[in-house]
Design a protein around this ligand. Structure first.
Ligand code: NAD
Length: 363
């Protein structure tokens, strides 16, 4: 039985690789990295072992049922041993940025999770797809909408799925505000007020570099943008934006804060903000027959909700575990992704407009 499973895995992997090598479209062929047994599991390789991988994703992968931590990609040799020992990762599933592409022959790894600086998302998503691996890419999806389109095309060509790390869409309070807004439970949504920021003291980190995809808008700004889009279920038709810097000695290359206003086809307006200057996190939605909101709305835990008709009470969950389990289940079942690459693209289309608008206002 075991050898049969292995040979099937090899067959599927080789078929995916052959298709990848010839550039064939083969959505059904790419099924490597599946651990069979009582419960099927999909192996995940984390690429980039910085803050988010270390503090959130790797711990979450200890709670997942369908996804498991199978491998790592790191440019820091000192991290290899630490991660291998801590998570029981075998040596052959440890890669660096030079031998990354050799992952194509590794049957343990089904999903490559790109957790790198934003300027590296496109390259590593496309390389992972070329290696025949399904991809989860962190938010924001890339530097701009054009890069997102190239990533989507590459994943289609190599027959792998692409999902974006928008963990909130897996969170129950968030799913409820999406329903309340999109199903007009409080009548037509008229106005949304939302913001997400934190006090970033500045340390020469890539998030302060424009060429690496830094800036408050790219980092936290996508959360209020997402919220306005998922509460209305619409794409904005009018975009206005203004960026600002309150500490010019730190923010020499990127915006410290961004205030942006959207208007949707239904007429709903949204007043949104983000920043590295202050700690804030809230979502409030005003509709014809009342209001609803979350405060905080995008933190890792402790999401709290209220409406004009009473509290919103749902279980607190591990958002990253829920996200990765659902992605793995979609891969196994062939169901569409909740947050496909196209969702990341839709945000970046608006982000491109926000930046171009903010430049005009500030000149
Ligand atoms: P980080 O700086 O802590 O980690 C980045 C990792 O990339 C580090 O391990 C670093 O060594 C590695 N790296 C490889 N090449 C590099 C290079 N040329 N320059 C700099 N670093 C390089 O960043 P992070 O906070 O973990 O963010 C990583 C990604 O995850 C970003 O896209 C970010 O937006 C996203 N993120 C998402 C969430 C979420 O809630 N979904 C939260 C935090 C971060």
């Amino acid at each position: 039985m075991y050898s049969k499973q292995i040979s099937r895995r090899r067959f599927v992997r080789n078929a995916a690789l052959a298709a990848a090598a010839t550039g064939l479209r083969s959505r059904t062929l790419a099924m490597p990295g599946i651990l069979t047994g009582k419960q099927k599991k999909v192996g995940v390789a984390l690429v980039g072992l910085g803050y988010y991988s270390t503090d959130l994703l790797a711990p979450a992968l200890q709670e997942t049922k369908t996804a498991y931590l199978a491998g790592i990609v790191t440019g820091t040799p000192a991290k290899e041993k630490i991660w291998m020992e801590k998570y029981g990762i075998p040596r052959e599933n440890v890669y660096n940025y030079e031998n990354f592409d050799e992952m194509s022959t590794n049957p343990d790894i089904g999903i490559v999770y790109v957790v790198l600086p934003n300027s590296m998302h496109k390259e590593y998503t496309i390389r992972a797809a070329r290696a025949g691996k399904h991809v989860i890419c962190e938010k924001p999806m890339a530097l701009n909408a054009q890069e997102c389109r190239e990533m989507i095309t590459a994943c289609e060509e190599y027959g792998v799925t692409l999902s974006i790390g928008y963990r909130m869409q897996f969170e129950p309070h968030t799913q409820e505000v999406m329903r309340l807004g999109q199903e007009r439970v409080f009548g037509q949504v008229l106005h949304i007020s939302c913001g997400a920021g934190f006090r970033n003291g500045g340390s020469g980190h890539w998030k302060l570099r424009r060429d690496m995809g830094g800036g408050a808008m790219m980092d936290m700004g996508v959360y209020p943008l997402q919220a306005a889009r998922y509460v209305t279920g619409e794409e904005p038709v009018i975009v206005n934006a203004r960026s600002c810097v309150t500490r010019p000695e730190i923010f020499t290359d990127v915006e410290e804060a961004m205030m942006f206003d959207l208007q949707f086809p239904s007429g709903c307006t949204a007043s949104l903000s983000t920043g590295f200057h202050a700690e804030f996190n809230f979502l409030k939605v005003f509709a014809e027959e009342g209001w609803f909101g979350l405060d905080p709305f995008s933190s890792y835990r402790g999401i709290k909700g209220k409406t004009s008709r009473g509290p919103l009470e749902f279980p607190q969950i591990n958002q990253q575990a829920a996200q990765m389990d659902e992605v793995a289940e979609c891969i196994l079942s062939g169901k569409p992704m909740r947050v496909p690459g196209e969702e990341g693209l839709r945000d970046m289309i608006v982000v491109d407009r926000i930046y171009s608008c903010a430049e005009k206002v500030n000149c």
